[in-house]
Ligand binder design. Sequence first.
Ligand code: URA
Length: 285
Amino acid sequence: MIFAAGSSDNSAVQNEPSNLYDQTVEQIRQYVEYLRDEGTRELELDAESARRLLNKTPAVAPKPVPPSAKPMQTSPPPPRVAAPPAQPTINAVEAEKALREVAKRVSVCTLCPLHQTRTKTVPGQGSSHPEIMFIGEGPGADEDQQGLAFVGKAGQLLTKIVEAMGFKRDEVFIGNIVKCRPPDNRVPLPDEMTACLPYLKEQIALLQPKVIVALGATAVKGLLNTQTGITKLRGQWMSYQGIDLMPTYHPAYLLRNPDGKRDVWEDMKAVLEHLGRTPPPVKKQ
Ligand code: URA
């Protein structure tokens, strides 16, 4: 990964006001942390970015650089620096702000062909400091119209599951592997998932959920890159970006196969136990 001095991204940032510059540096810092968590041990950075990222000093807005004074493309290669040390977890207010930034970037994303057919992007929604993050496959027709994850029939069932666990919907975070609706609700293609995954990784790093619940085969495949089917994997603890992950059936599958609800409830009880919680008493109708 190269953050090149004088790249178009960098020069755009340098001409912005200092708060936007600070936000961008903060986002890059968080991204560097994901890379580190994923095993990257070296980055190429220009000296000024490295100083800011490593020191995390409040930025003084750099003066706009007149085009003639910009470094030439032939400048020497930037120094190699080690990934920065672990930073304290960011607070909920910062996380909320950064999540909005992610959603803003998603709203103008053109990284895969799904942007051509979407109505609205669906970045996901919910608490910015959830105990549980649910990750589904991708938006359907209702989600595409509203820009919100899991608001159709499958979403209503997911709401029931969340509430049966003793949470309100806005106390968890609900998102998807891809942020744009695949035409005719087809399964997202591997390239589409790969293009979209960095957004999800950013969200996970900001949300820091205690548990991820991967809903269905596509979510599991997209996150864990496994060919093993959901029937085998459901109910077994896994890990993603250092966060405990429980695979279970997708609510849409449960609508077609209600018998699977029993398995999902077993999985959700395991999640609650993991969180030191017990399911609330069942309300009499
Ligand atoms: N199915 C999903 O996987 N995600 C949604 O948001 C809706 C239905």
